[in-house]
Design a protein around this ligand. Structure first.
Ligand SMILES: NC(=O)c1ccc[n+]([C@@H]2O[C@H](COP(=O)([O-])OP(=O)(O)OC[C@H]3O[C@@H](n4cnc5c(N)ncnc54)[C@H](OP(=O)(O)O)[C@@H]3O)[C@@H](O)[C@H]2O)c1
Length: 291
């Protein structure tokens, strides 16, 4: 099997490349330098050139707040190029796994979002990803769509790394406690992607780690665990604040826990709790000399 990973320099793409290589699967990684998703008119041909049995589309415009200022670019990358990737894959009869997001939901629910729940994005990023999903389904009804949330990994920029940096510099951190979701470690998402493509599972799937957290819960655990693992932590205190005290250009869902019921049954193993995977990530980061 040959797999083409887009967004290979990003958090998830990078980790997925490592997993595929470790599983002895032939893999090609491409990023903006090889194929620019800001120019969707070139994307279908650029994807088809590789004739990979599977394409995993991790390439995306992921800057949630900045998307409010440059919606045209976000839509070109997340909607038009996602559809163009599907067209490229369809042209030679390949298979596609498109990565999507919890931000397609409005957060009005108080129980975990299932795959069939109604989308209602609150901002440009979520809307562009939702329209990307719809374009992919229209072109390739048998595509696999994997929605995840609160992604972090050893490679790239994310909340965990930001908290580690701030906790090393400041006595106190303030973090919002009224947005509820579940973190997802790239190592675990990549395992789920591997299972989805090896088993050839079409349709929409949700995956994060197990458990529920606010960003405040997540930050507190990062600081506690990092201190325990010998990271240089100065912060003594993480203080919860309401989102109203930390205004951002893009509105975010207040609740975006994704139901894992469907994917749990397919995986056939226990998905790690987010605290367990956070510890694994912090240990891996430390082992790589990045404390
Ligand atoms: N991060 C999260 O919390 C989160 C949550 C839910 C779902 N997701 C989804 O998960 C997937 C992977 O996200 P991630 O966290 O790995 O994001 P990431 O680290 O920002 O990686 C995105 C990748 O897409 C590439 N990209 C951006 N603009 C491009 C362009 N014009 N042409 C080609 N490639 C371009 C980036 O390249 P550059 O480095 O050159 O910009 C980067 O390699 C995305 O579909 C995202 O929507 C992420």
């Amino acid at each position: 099997m040959k797999v083409l990973v887009t967004g290979a320099a990003g958090q998830l793409g990078w980790e997925l490349m490592l997993k595929l290589l470790a599983a002895d699967i032939a893999v090609i990684g491409i990023d903006r330098g090889e194929l620019d998703f800001a120019r969707p008119e070139h994307v279908a041909a650029g994807i088809a050139d590789h004739r990979a049995e599977w394409v995993v589309n991790c390439g995306a415009y992921t800057q949630v707040d900045r998307a409010e200022e440059e919606p045209e670019l976000a839509f070109r990358i997340n909607r038009d190029s996602a559809r163009a990737v599907a067209e490229g894959v369809k042209s030679y009869g390949g298979r596609l796994l498109q990565v999507s997001t919890d931000f397609i939901f409005d957060g009005g629910q108080s129980h975990p979002y299932r795959e069939e729940d109604a989308a209602n994005p609150l901002g440009v990023y979520g809307q562009s990803k939702w329209e990307g999903e719809q374009g992919v389904r229209a072109v390739l009804p048998e595509a696999t769509i994997l929605r995840t949330a609160w992604v972090y990994g050893e490679h790239g920029h994310n909340f965990v790394k930001t908290m580690l940096r701030l906790a090393a510099e400041r006595d106190e951190l303030t973090v919002v406690d009224d947005q509820i979701g579940t973190p997802a470690w790239t190592g675990d998402i990549a395992d789920a992607i591997l299972a989805l493509i090896k088993g050839d599972h079409p349709g929409t799937w949700h995956f994060t780690n197990e458990g529920v957290a606010s960003w405040y819960d997540f930050a507190q655990e990062i600081v506690i665990m990092a201190r325990r693992l010998g990271y240089p932590i100065k912060a003594r205190y993480v203080r919860p604040i309401p989102s109203a005290d930390f205004p951002t250009p893009a509105a975010r869902p207040a609740y975006s826990v994704l139901s894992k019921q469907k994917i749990r049954a397919m995986l056939g193993y226990d998905i790690p709790h987010w605290r367990q995977s956070l510890t694994a990530m912090l240990k891996a980061l430390a082992a790589a000399g990045n404390k």
